[in-house]
Ligand binder design. Structure first.
Ligand SMILES: *[C@@H]1O[C@H](CO)[C@@H](O)[C@H](O)[C@H]1NC(C)=O
Ligand SMILES: *[C@@H]1O[C@H](CO)[C@@H](O)[C@H](O)[C@H]1NC(C)=O
Ligand SMILES: *[C@@H]1O[C@H](CO)[C@@H](O)[C@H](O)[C@H]1NC(C)=O
Ligand SMILES: *[C@@H]1O[C@H](CO)[C@@H](O)[C@H](O)[C@H]1NC(C)=O
Ligand SMILES: *[C@@H]1O[C@H](CO)[C@@H](O)[C@H](O)[C@H]1NC(C)=O
Length: 563
């Protein structure tokens, strides 16, 4: 009877439910561009110093949970398929069902002239331990039962992934390989893939995406696309599986400048501004040439104009308030410069290695001469916050994360005030081929991947971030400028303004207490208490205490954006 009912339930489910997002495979709208010739970029295989790796994104489905995980939509396990000759599986892939299938996992091949020893860089496991199975668990599932196995490595080797099967029998040791310890590095837990509600989640697991613990332009750890399993109640044991390591510390897979230009042409984002936006971007030299001034502490009465290339800006040092920039003094120039000049705007690109140079991160920086005043939502009211939120000199950025195996755009980071979000390509809007769309929020210029209102605050009171597709837009690929690519040596000369480490605007000049009082006085009495509480919780950046520093001083010039 039980079986009959569950079949019946399944039948109804199949008729009623829309297909799960994961049932479709995400592909970028246009093919990956053909890149000009270079060295090791987008050649399919990367050599980590005696261990070659390639990215596999063709899968055979093993098992799905149809509940639990993000949005309670479950998760699916896959085994990589169509692995090229000579390469071996290192582990299975898994992802939540609430987004289209868009994943990859590394496979590896040993090269005989290994730099460490005469031993092979890969070895079969000696055994497996069963980590978890869905047997006798009351889970809505698809594909029989699920068994998750951790390979037992021979001495001197480490496992970099799990094997997932439908059978309680131990899999063959031929299925998978472990890597020599020299190629293994520490991981940490990233996004949640799957787990069940605590009430029914006894003797169950949580699964997480993993990422290298050590990340940044000089870090050697390599992402594998794998996951980690954690028993509920225990803390995630990140010592069970490892990521890989680029032992050669080579930059062979990084794009050279012609390939960088092709990447920019293919993936340069399109930025939309809100219909009510009054403060647009400009190029840095437009800002300098239209009257921006350099102030020095102690000599406030003698500000100096700035050379178009920024060559008279102080270099290096720290953000110590000895110098700052400001708008021109006379009111009409000031108001004109505040508005920026979209026609003379420019996106400034920084190119940097990530994950042991198996990925390229491309932050692109946009300069706005002025950040407009903040607006709040208090109950049903739109409340102007007076001058609060205003500042001169506003730097914002988006970061493209590109695979060096094949040149595919994998995700985009959207900077939002002092933080931001890394968003999968499968969850981004594209235009004109593979150009990601970003929305710049009204006045504050935070970047969002979707139009709409994002409220910073709690309940019905917060700072409004309104994003909408207005008529004004910026195609960042029209006048791109590569301003830094340290890994290319002297090929890219950094502009002088990039090495200016002080603030691009003065400390705020208005009286915050006064501004807050003005707003409070026009609110209905009932809302004043909640408003006071809200004001106490306002972030420093909004109260003007955080200075508008340049790209090099921001989070995160040489690290991973997502930390
Ligand atoms: C990129 O590499 C290719 C092959 O080595 C070379 O022909 C080309 O000139 C390089 N381009 C740049 C800008 O260095
Ligand atoms: C191994 O030898 C080949 C051919 O001699 C060479 O091209 C390759 O760079 C070597 N690999 C390593 C890791 O030294
Ligand atoms: C930045 O300025 C400092 C101090 O003058 C200098 O040591 C450094 O080389 C400069 N960096 C660049 C990239 O110009
Ligand atoms: C508040 O502002 C938003 C965005 O400008 C607008 O869409 C909305 O209609 C306004 N609400 C009220 C009550 O004025
Ligand atoms: C930059 O990111 C790294 C991790 O990648 C983090 O440890 C560091 O604190 C970040 N730096 C700043 C200035 O936020």
């Amino acid at each position: 009877m039980g079986l009959f009912f569950s079949l019946l339930a399944n039948l109804f489910k199949k008729c009623d439910d829309k297909p799960l997002p994961i049932e479709s495979i995400f592909k970028l709208p246009s093919p990956i561009p053909k890149f000009p010739p270079g060295d090791g970029f987008a050649t399919g295989v990367i050599d980590l110093g005696g261990l070659q790796v390639c990215q596999i994104s063709t899968f055979n489905k093993i098992w799905s949970a149809l509940e639990g995980g993000p949005d309670n939509k479950g998760a699916t396990f896959y085994e990589p398929s169509s692995i090229p000759d000579g390469f071996f599986m290192l582990g299975c892939y898994s992802q939540p069902n609430n987004r289209p299938l868009f994943g990859w996992i590394l496979a590896a091949k040993t090269v005989t002239n290994n730099s460490f020893s005469s031993h092979s860089s890969l070895a079969k496991p000696t055994d497996y331990s069963l980590i978890w199975s869905s047997e006798s668990k009351k889970i809505k599932q698809d594909g029989g039962n699920c068994y998750i196995w951790l390979p037992t490595p021979p001495e001197g080797y480490k496992p970099v992934g799990y094997l997932v099967t439908n059978s309680p029998e131990k899999p063959s040791v031929e299925k998978i390989r472990c890597v020599q310890s020299e190629f293994a590095d520490a991981i940490e837990v990233d996004g949640w893939i799957w787990g069940l509600d605590k009430k029914i989640n006894t003797n169950n697991i949580n699964m997480y995406e993993i990422r290298p613990k050590d990340r940044g332009v000089n870090a050697l750890s390599v992402s594998t696309g794998s996951f980690v399993v954690q028993n509920v109640g225990a803390t995630a044991d990140v010592s069970l599986v490892y990521c890989l390591k680029n032992t050669k510390n080579n930059l062979m897979a990084m794009p050279n400048l012609s390939q960088v230009e092709a990447l920019i042409q293919a993936y340069s984002p399109v930025i939309y501004f809100h219909p009510d936006e009054a403060y647009f971007p400009s190029s840095v030299d437009w800002f300098f040439q239209n009257g921006a001034l350099l102030y020095e502490k102690g000599k406030e009465s003698e500000p100096r104009p700035i050379q178009p290339d920024g060559s008279n800006l102080p270099q290096g040092g720290s953000n110590d308030d000895l110098y700052w920039l400001d708008l021109p003094k006379d009111d009409s120039s000031k108001e004109r410069v505040k508005k920026g000049d979209l026609a003379h705007s420019c996106a400034y690109f920084h190119i940097k290695p990530m994950f042991g140079a198996t990925f390229t991160d491309i932050p692109l920086w946009i300069f706005y001469p002025f950040n407009g005043p903040a607006r709040a939502k208090v109950g049903i009211f739109n409340v102007s916050l007076g001058k609060i939120g205003e500042h001169v000199g506003d730097w914002e950025h988006l970061t493209l994360r590109v695979s060096n195996y094949n040149g595919e755009l994998k995700s985009v980071y959207f900077s939002e005030h002092s933080g931001g979000q890394m968003i999968d390509a499968s969850d981004i809007e594209f235009e004109n081929g593979n150009k990601p769309v970003a929305y710049s929020s009204l006045h504050g210029h935070a970047f969002y991947s979707k139009p709409g209102l994002v409220l910073q605050g709690s309940g019905s009171i917060g700072i409004r971030n309104d994003a909408s597709k207005g008529k004004m837009m910026m195609d960042t690929g029209i006048t791109p400028m590569v301003v830094a690519a340290e890994y290319l040596g002297q090929v890219v000369v950094e502009p002088m303004w990039l090495n200016y480490s002080r603030k691009w605007g003065p400390k705020i000049s208005y009286d915050i207490t006064n501004e807050i009082k003005k707003v409070r006085n026009v609110l209905p009495k009932l809302l004043r208490g909640p408003f006071d509480k809200f004001v106490r919780g306002l972030p420093n950046e909004l109260l003007g205490e955080e200075g508008p520093t340049g790209p090099k001083m921001k989070n995160n010039w040489s690290g991973d954006e997502k930390y």
